[in-house]
Design a binder for this molecule. Structure first.
Ligand code: HEC
Length: 158
């Protein structure tokens, strides 16, 4: 490889690194924040809250645990958008807001739409086994109302 090509490649690489850093700073501005908790729903049991915090709260509360890779673009933007969008629809730290829609929570868990699959890939601790899932389902229904999705017979385990 001639020296000139090598120089050009190095300059390009440097530009890439600088723009990545710049993007990550821009995307983070005002992003990775945890606003104060103003009110929580009346959980039917501490266990429901515990399971919810494992599987859902990173996107549906103001107590988000931001992982290290949430600082790395472009992942940072994806995670931030999910969290902000999730909070906007359903936020257990700002209970009493009219936007909160908990009625569908059990159904979304039941049919596997929540938590989002991408999230589960990255958060092994958010994965629930079958009996934990049934527990959370019952807890969500008792706390937020609504019904499990179709095919939603109550599990017979435990
Ligand atoms: C990775 C982030 C993330 C996680 C984790 C997550 N959600 Fe969501 N959730 C979202 C986003 C984004 C939306 C809004 C977009 C949509 O409706 O698909 C949403 C929407 C919702 C809504 C509102 C639906 C509506 O349209 O009104 C409910 C209820 C909900 N999620 C329940 C849950 C429950 C229950 C869990 C845990 C079992 C969970 N979510 C885990 C990101 C997440």
């Amino acid at each position: 490889m001639s020296r000139r090509i090598l120089t050009i490649l190095l300059i390009l690489l440097a530009c890439l690194i600088v723009s990545c850093i710049a993007i990550s700073f821009i995307s983070q501005r005002g992003g990775h924040t945890n606003p104060p908790v103003t009110a929580e729903p009346q959980w039917d049991s501490p266990r429901t809250r515990e399971l919810f915090f494992r599987a859902c709260a990173d996107c549906h509360s103001n107590e988000t645990v931001w992982p290290w890779y949430s600082n790395v673009p472009p992942v940072s933007l994806l995670i931030q958008n999910d969290t902000l969008e999730g909070r906007a629809k359903f936020n257990v730290s700002e209970w009493g807001r009219p936007e909160n829609e908990g009625g569908e929570a059990a159904e979304l868990l039941q049919n596997g739409e929540m938590p989002p699959r991408m999230f589960l890939l990255m958060h092994s601790s958010a994965r629930l086994n079958d009996s934990e899932k049934q527990e959370l389902l019952k807890g969500l229904i008792a706390t937020f109302g609504g019904e499990g999705g179709e095919g939603g017979e109550e599990g017979e385990n435990d």
